[in-house]
Design a protein around this ligand. Structure first.
Ligand code: ADP
Ligand code: ZN
Ligand code: ZN
Length: 732
């Protein structure tokens, strides 16, 4: 027998299939194998087996050995990997790597073996004891101990009774030692409290609707606190009963300890957590449990969509609007697209959940492409929290230059006095640099694109990231003439510092990317907060996610409008989502909740919709806007990136890509809303000079898109990196 092998080297020169002789039965489709390659050894994947090779037999080398006890990649996943290779024009090896934990490659982690000791069964305890020499008290004690305990770790015995006693019992044949694989269980400390609830009628209806629909994809559109997780768990139970498996995706696993503990409580060791924050060993074990079918539910962030499950029945994507579902490195896949491919292969159902679906998703739902299930109310009829809107321009006029409005200070005091907890949310993104007038709230926008401009310090100009237009930096507000312009946000550290001065006795926790480098960092902070070891939690986007803290009765949104000015066509959508999500953390139990929203733009339409909890109204407005301005989902933004450490080479690369792709543009002008080449707004990142060809496609562009991929990626060289982003979240 012969195997077609893909060598695990992600280089396009090696991206060919090589024939090898199969030497062992264990080697089958999907096996990882060690092979001679050139004058060295390499790892590879068996992607096909066959009885003949077209090469003469003496030219075909033999596989040295299989690398695992089982084929690492399933047949369906091989198919999916091939689709990903074709779609993203990447080497096959790179696509295949998505499906295995990095630890598996190069044999870096092995299963952990543990030795267990027990008494031999064919000799009675009294026989053992009487045959011991006088004075062998340690051995006697071991026999006594094991006759009560049965089986214990060998290490425990040597620790308690000494190694020599254990050894001599072993040599006498009284002690039997066996080796077993031991799993490292991540998040062991998660307390599992299962609470059986009776579904509300809304939940019940949503559940049945999703289970019965013929449609492949369902959207569970439920307000914050409406009990979406409970519906997910019932759906999972349902597929497990049919003998199938499920994948549950969340934006970031470290931010969802409650979700994890609920799933653990309900499904026990059937749940496997795939998470980059785990140790290499833990990650490997969790993956292995799924691959062997010992666990049937994979939970994790984006990459868990590649979990090694067979008979997949369900894929849940919670908080489907979240930006983390788009991969930021090659292959730049969107999680939903991978889920759809899996659904094709297995007939699995896809369930998207959100209180604030993306415009694209909701449009598909109301167009009838997706099944739409709604949860309009919080469970037990709890109301959504009340908003208090503070106009920060007035605060400035009244001489309050601080970050905290008088409303917020007062509400914080009430909240703390009542023994409740508060969350303060800073609406900020690391690299954003918008200009805002602190007196009237004016923000400069692009005349062509109607998106906010970005301030570039190096050139002292304002730039539009969508059309590359440049404007002179303003020194005074164009609307009101004020020179009180602000162009950088404040950080959480400063807020925490000022807050502590205002409330010296309050215990404050801060959560952002600076405080949480280490493994399980977020997780610890969230747990401390949920155990009420702190009164106030201050943080950026990550405090807005789906947390369920019953004691939180106040949420403060410090700069609600900041995200409106991100130079992104989705800034309205992002703002609506953030405000709704973070507000949803308040008043989840029976204590009632409030949200103080600080803004320079109280009349802003997006804010008005968010304050009214009017998603549908917001959707109508946003959808119409996208249609009239020609932004997604009514167009496709493509950005071809050309990068090199050598500026000249990058420029040359850009020229060839542009010339080659321009032909497509010339022949299909009606499909292009925009087409141009330029330097990227951030000229240099990680030592690489960056250029781009930016375009927006409309109409029937599938074929055009493929051609663009082919032509531009053909310009890739050892020195010049070329890649393509589709509807990128950030154009810097
Ligand atoms: P969402 O994800 O929609 O924001 P959750 O799933 O976190 O909401 O549910 C909010 C709270 O309501 C949780 O504490 C959950 O245990 C509880 N819950 C969910 N369904 C029910 C129900 N049918 N009866 C009582 N409590 C419920
Ligand atoms: Zn102004
Ligand atoms: Zn523009």
């Amino acid at each position: 027998m012969y195997a077609e092998v893909i060598v695990d080297i992600a280089h396009s020169d090696v991206d060919k299939v090589f024939d090898y002789k199969i030497t062992e039965d264990k080697i089958t489709l999907g096996s990882r194998v060690e092979i001679p390659f050139g004058n060295r050894l390499a790892e590879g994947f068996v992607i096909r087996t066959k009885s003949d090779s077209s090469l003469p037999s003496d030219k075909v080398k033999s596989i040295i050995r299989p690398l695992d006890e089982f084929p690492a990649i399933t047949e369906n996943h091989l198919k999916l990997a091939a689709q990903i290779r074709d779609e993203f024009h990447i080497p096959f090896a790179l696509a295949l790597r998505l499906f295995i934990p990095a630890e598996l490659r190069g044999g870096r982690v092995k299963e952990r073996k543990v030795s267990w000791a027990s008494l031999a069964e064919d000799i009675s305890v009294s026989e053992m004891l009487s045959s011991l020499r006088k004075g062998s008290s340690a051995q006697e004690e071991i026999i006594e101990y094991l006759s009560h305990e049965g089986k214990v770790r060998r290490a425990e015995l040597t620790e308690k009774f000494g190694n020599s006693a254990v050894k001599s019992l072993q040599s006498k044949g009284f002690l039997i030692v066996t080796e077993e694989t031991s799993e490292r269980v991540p998040y062991r400390e998660l307390e599992a409290h299962a609470n059986e609830v009776v579904l509300t009628s809304e939940q019940d209806e949503a559940l049945k609707g999703i289970q019965n629909t013929e449609k492949k994809v369902s959207l569970l559109f439920g307000v914050t606190g409406s009990g979406k997780t409970e519906v997910y768990m019932r759906l999972i139970s349902g597929v497990l009963k049919e003998g199938k498996t499920a994948i549950m995706l969340v934006p970031e696993i470290a931010l969802t300890p409650q979700m994890l503990s609920r799933l653990r409580a309900r499904f026990g060791s059937n749940v496997s957590i795939l998470h980059s924050g785990l140790s290499a060993g833990e990650r490997y074990d969790e993956w292995l449990r799924l691959r062997r079918g010992e666990a049937k539910i994979a939970i994790g962030a984006r990459s868990a969509v590649f979990a090694p499950l067979d008979d997949l029945g369900l894929i849940i994507i919670d908080e489907e609007h979240d930006g983390s579902y788009e991969a930021e490195t090659a292959p730049r896949y969107k999680t939903i697209d991978i889920a759809l491919k899996l659904s094709e292969l297995y007939g699995a159902k896809i369930v998207l959940g959100s209180a604030t679906p993306s415009i694209d998703t909701y449009r598909r739902a109301i167009d009838g492409e997706y099944y739409l299930a709604k949860l309009k109310n919080r469970v037990n009829g709890k109301t959504l929290p009340e908003f208090i809107v503070t106009d920060m321009r007035k605060e400035v006029r009244n001489g309050n230059e601080s970050i905290f409005s008088s409303d917020l200070k007062e509400e914080l005091k009430n909240c703390l006095d009542a023994g409740n907890q508060a969350i303060l949310f800073l609406n900020r993104r690391g690299y954003s640099s918008q200009v805002i007038c602190r007196d009237c709230g004016f923000v400069p926008k692009c005349l062509n694109c109607d998106v906010s401009l970005n301030y570039h310090r190096d050139t002292d100009t304002l730039k539009c990231h969508y059309c590359n237009a440049q404007y002179k930096m303003i020194r005074a507000c164009t609307e009101c003439g004020s020179v009180n312009l602000s162009y950088s946000g404040i950080g959480t550290q400063k807020i925490t510092y000022d807050l502590q001065k205002l409330f010296p006795r309050a215990r404050i926790l801060r959560m952002d990317n600076d405080t949480t480098h280490n493994k399980e960092g977020h997780f610890k902070i969230l747990r401390e907060f949920s155990e009420k070891k702190a009164d106030i939690l201050v943080g950026t986007q990550m405090v807005a996610k789906g947390h369920d803290f019953p004691l939180v009765t106040l949420v403060g949104i410090l700069d609600a409008d900041m995200s409106l000015y991100f130079s992104d066509y989705r800034s309205g959508e992002r703002t609506f989502q953030l405000i709704t999500q973070v507000a949803g953390r308040s008043g989840r139990a029976d204590r009632g909740g409030k949200v103080v929203l600080q803004t320079y733009n109280p009349q802003n339409e997006v804010l008005r919709y968010a304050l009214a909890y009017d998603y549908e109204g917001f959707f109508e407005r946003e959808n119409a806007l996208r249609r009239s301005t020609g932004f997604p989902p009514y167009s496709l933004i493509l950005r071809i990136m050309v990068e090199s450490e050598d500026d000249g080479a990058a420029m040359e690369g850009l020229k060839s890509v542009y010339t080659s792709v321009k032909e497509i543009y010339e022949n299909n002008k009606e499909n292009f809303l925009f087409f141009n080449k330029m330097r990227s707004p951030l000229k240099r990142i990680k030592n690489k000079y960056r250029y781009q060809v930016l375009m927006r496609l409309v109409g029937d562009y599938d074929r055009i898109k493929d051609e663009i991929y082919e032509r531009s990626l053909a310009e890739k060289t050892a020195k010049i990196l070329v890649y393509i982003e589709e509807n990128p979240s950030n154009l810097s």
